[in-house]
Unconditional design. Structure first.
Length: 238
């Protein structure tokens, strides 16, 4: 590629970048974005901004969300701020929320990729002083490391899609310090207290065949101490 062509391409690229930045800044060129909000001028400002044809729908939505959210925090939160400031505050807030959602969903998918979970069945067990529902579970290690703990909730739904019961699962309490080797499946039982006066507990015993079991994993712990955790993904870095 000769020098003339390279120069033309660089000039064209710079022009595109400058044009993009110019279009973005033009969107907020109106003085309406720079006027400080008072108790008397908010409606005037939002009406004027709503009629601004240079403002795209996404920007209008961000401004609307910002005014709404900040106003719910405190009655005078938006007083003294400009629409531009509210736009910047809300844009940063939404980006932070999107990042948090991305991390959470990434962790959830990673959990699914690294193990398989199966509800095997429920056995009623009653003694003179205790009534239990014994829930059978199978966990298959599809990761590349030994699993030492699995944590989450096992939820049961009736035929109408209504949740009947949620059982917390902490596998290490039933694994007895054993690990789940790579590629292997381990079956174990977790006992849960059964209340004969609780209609939902009774439904678990009498109608379990018609229920749908849904596993929601929140954490996998490996024998080397590392974890995949939704809670860790939700932690906001300060």
């Amino acid at each position: 590629m000769n020098l003339v062509v390279k120069s033309c391409l660089l000039f064209l690229s710079a022009g595109i970048i400058l044009s993009s930045c110019s279009n973005e800044s033009d969107e907020f060129e109106s003085n309406d974005f720079k006027v400080k909000i008072t108790q008397d001028n908010l409606l005037v400002l939002v009406n004027q901004i709503g009629e601004n044809q240079d403002l795209d729908r996404e920007s209008v939505d961000i401004i609307t969300s910002g005014i709404t959210r900040l106003s719910t925090l405190k009655r005078d939160t938006i007083i003294g701020k400009t629409i531009m400031e509210i736009y910047d505050i809300e844009s940063a807030f939404q980006r932070e929320q999107s990042n948090a959602t991305l991390k959470t969903q990434g962790a959830r998918v990673d959990l699914v990729l690294n193990h398989d979970f199966k509800f095997v069945g429920l056995i009623a067990r009653d003694t003179l002083d205790k009534s239990l529902n014994l829930v059978g579970i199978e966990v298959t290690n599809t990761s590349k490391k030994e699993i030492s703990n699995v944590q989450g909730t096992l939820q049961f739904y009736d035929a109408n899609g209504q949740i009947v019961k949620t059982y917390p699962v902490l596998a290490k309490n039933s694994l007895n310090k054993e690990t789940i080797p790579v590629g292997k499946t381990i079956r174990f039982i977790i006992p849960y207290t059964h209340d004969k006066n609780n209609i939902r507990d009774e439904m678990m015993r009498n109608d379990i065949k018609n229920m749908r079991a849904v596993w929601i994993a929140t954490m996998l712990e490996f024998s080397d101490g590392s974890q995949i955790s939704v809670q860790a993904a939700n932690a906001i870095q300060k």
